[in-house]
Ligand binder design. Structure first.
Ligand SMILES: Cc1cc2nc3c(=O)[nH]c(=O)nc-3n(C[C@H](O)[C@H](O)[C@H](O)COP(=O)(O)OP(=O)(O)OC[C@H]3O[C@@H](n4cnc5c(N)ncnc54)[C@H](O)[C@@H]3O)c2cc1C
Length: 381
């Protein structure tokens, strides 16, 4: 059983403790699902999570206007990640894919959220392009104003849920302004003519991922989210909300790695004694527990600050994501070490955690980019 003492920290309220207990009970019964067909598994997970009501936490409530509670988002992501990385992915993408609608959509646009919250619609976030990743402000996909519509042309790559999504939030360039100020955000349904899945991408930890092409994709004027030229600000605001939750997912993976390690070192004997009696092994356990608590403090500090009304939490979210993902990698690496040969045997839990954690240090802003963000904020103050 994972350590739950963090739930008593002052960043969290009674509603978070109740949520954690209910989700833990649900996850123990329903997870993990069979991953042999990753597309089918993701659709099944979205449907399961929607049916159980967990996807209600991924967006604003389109009926009441209640905002996203970032601490709930983090608790759910760390719990799901601890049980099944794909369940965390399915949950997170419903939020990231519709974040622009939650934060900037009109009431009419937000009706789509009923579908993503119930698990009927799968959503995706399409920012990255073959030539622009970290430097997203230079993206090239265009959205030409054609009077009563926009026509999108360009390519997007590394799009999570690409190929299985029903709905994409797409970032494209409007007008002639270069850089961030020329970008706008659009709602694009997957069956819109001209939207093509060019290639499915395979990563070390299998998830639905695709390279997309927009070939004269026509969307109505009502598909524009926010105003023309606001797209980069929209993308960064969405990432501001969800970035701390990437740290929470890393935390979930790390907690599972520690759980697996504790079970290993207390049950396995080396040199006629439990591994846990060896002080070098205790050193690993201490390092892991320390990094997990430090990561959790940063994740829940960022989430608490956002829920307390901060407009942006750029520095706190960058610190949470950077530290929790890098520490998660170190914790899992130590777990692999403590498992000896079994640590690298395909199919063991620590082996799959070792593959799962890696991409978190790259997407939604690579670790190096988070350092730049933190340094800029520290220097400016
Ligand atoms: C599994 C996975 C899922 C993804 N899902 C999505 C998605 O759903 N939607 C989406 O739009 N994108 C998605 N991405 C894309 C992801 O956001 C990009 O891969 C990421 O932003 C890095 O861009 P890049 O791959 O082009 O690398 P590059 O931008 O070429 O960067 C390569 C490396 O350069 C270094 N670097 C970059 N900038 C700096 C800097 N300023 N200072 C120092 N070093 C730097 C970093 O080490 C970085 O890893 C996903 C990627 C992966 C791997």
């Amino acid at each position: 059983m994972a350590d739950t003492t963090f739930l008593e920290w002052p960043f969290l309220e009674e509603k978070h403790r109740t949520l954690a207990a209910k989700l833990e009970a649900w996850a123990q019964i329903n997870l993990p699902v069979d991953h042999s067909d990753v597309d089918r598994a993701c659709r099944e997970l979205v449907s399961l999570l929607g049916l159980a009501g967990w996807l209600d936490y991924t967006s604003v409530n389109p009926d009441t206007g209640d905002a996203i509670d970032v601490r709930s988002l983090c608790i759910i992501r760390e719990t799901l990640a601890r049980h099944d990385g794909l369940a965390d992915f399915a949950f997170a993408m419903q939020g990231l894919g519709t974040g622009a609608l939650s934060l900037f959509g009109t009431l009419e646009q937000q009706t789509l959220l009923k579908g993503t919250r119930s698990g009927m619609l799968v959503s995706a976030f399409a920012l990255t392009e073959p030539e622009t990743g970290s430097d997203a402000a230079r993206l090239a996909t265009s959205a030409e104003d054609c009077g009563d519509c926009y026509v999108l042309n360009g390519e997007k790559t590394w799009i999570s849920n690409g190929g299985i999504a029903d709905y994409y939030t797409v970032f494209a360039r409007t007008g002639n302004i270069a850089g961030a100020k020329g970008i706008s955000a659009f709602m694009v349904m997957a069956d819109t003519p001209g939207l093509e899945v060019v290639e499915r991408l395979e990563a070390v930890a299998p998830h639905p991922l695709a390279h997309l092409r927009f070939n004269h994709v026509k969307v109505p004027k009502s598909a524009l989210i926010g105003e023309e030229g606001q797209g980069f600000k929209i993308a960064m605001s969405v990432l501001d909300v969800f970035r701390a939750s990437v740290g929470a997912a890393a935390l979930g993976f790390a907690r599972r790695a520690l759980e697996e390690s504790l079970s290993r070192v207390t049950s396995r004997k080396i040199f006629d004694a439990p591994m846990a009696d060896l002080q070098m092994v205790q050193g690993h356990i201490a390092d892991m527990a320390l990094e997990i608590d430090a990561a959790a403090l940063l994740v829940y500090r960022a989430a608490w600050k956002k829920d307390s009304g901060a407009v942006r939490i750029t520095r706190e979210a960058a610190m949470a994501k950077l530290y929790a993902t890098e520490a998660g990698q170190r914790v899992i690496d130590q777990a692999v070490q403590l498992h000896g040969g079994d640590g690298v045997r395909r199919g063991t839990i620590v082996e799959s955690l070792y593959r799962e954690i890696r991409a978190l240090r790259i997407y939604e802003g690579a670790s190096d980019v988070q350092k730049v963000v933190i340094a800029r904020s520290v220097i400016a103050n």
